[in-house]
Design a protein around this ligand. Sequence first.
Ligand code: URA
Length: 307
Amino acid sequence: MSLALDERQRAMLAEMGIKLWAPIAPRVAEVAPEKVAARAGETSAGAEFDSKPTPTASLQTPAEAPIVRPPVRAIAAPLPTAPAAPVPTALGPRPEGVADMDWPQLEATVAACRACGLCAGRTQTVFGVGSRTADWMVIGEAPGENEDCQGQPFVGQAGKLLDNMLAAIGLSRQVGDTMNSVASGGDSVRADGPKDSKQGVYIANVLKCRPPGNRNPQPDEIAQCEPYLRRQVALVQPKIILAMGRFAVQSLLQTTEPIGKLRGRVHHYEGVPVIVTYHPAYLLPALPEKAKAWQDLCLAMATVRGG
Ligand code: URA
């Protein structure tokens, strides 16, 4: 029996939660074959060593893992497809006055930002976390699925590794952590912060909104978002910035050089020393590189102590 329902009737049924059986084209997987291969960790030989690897996506987006389903037999006519939400492609106005904002103004401005198309797909903006008077600042790339849901940077598997790396040098994203920090040499209190924030760390990303499907940030998105990160750095006044991953490194240092060529020396952003290191998502499966990341942390500690 075939149901001859018009579009309005179908919409009403859908509204009531009544599903119609519909023919669905046979699918092997919900995602393109090249994505499946990449998520399985199959990178091409000689693939960029220091770019944020696609396996990150699988770590951040378990819900997006390929689903293999058998073909479904057609019983009724196809369901009408809902019109896709419009995705703004034109850039909105670049936020003004950011350079003079205090924390509450900056946070509110970021939360309301519509300066690029990423605002259409976000659940929420991901501003930053940790001590706002920290000596150490970690800068990553962009929120992934977990971060977009929870509103905090680095909360997935890569975030756990980051927390472990930071803990190894006596730092914690928890404001008020009173560990005697190796990273700050266990030394004195900063004039502008409470004692227990001294061992904190402030963590932020280059982008405050999640790129769809964890794709790479686009240059125009980075440019629109840049004033926010610049202001965060100015407000935190860290003694050291740890730039993690290619996008963070290249956008802070305005270079196209790969991480491998930039590691091992001190760079500067707005007068603050910057240490370049690998993205924790890259380090997750890359055991030999963890040793290099440790070297980078040691260089950062030495820079803080010496500076
Ligand atoms: N990767 C990043 O660079 N930042 C996050 O917040 C999460 C994953």
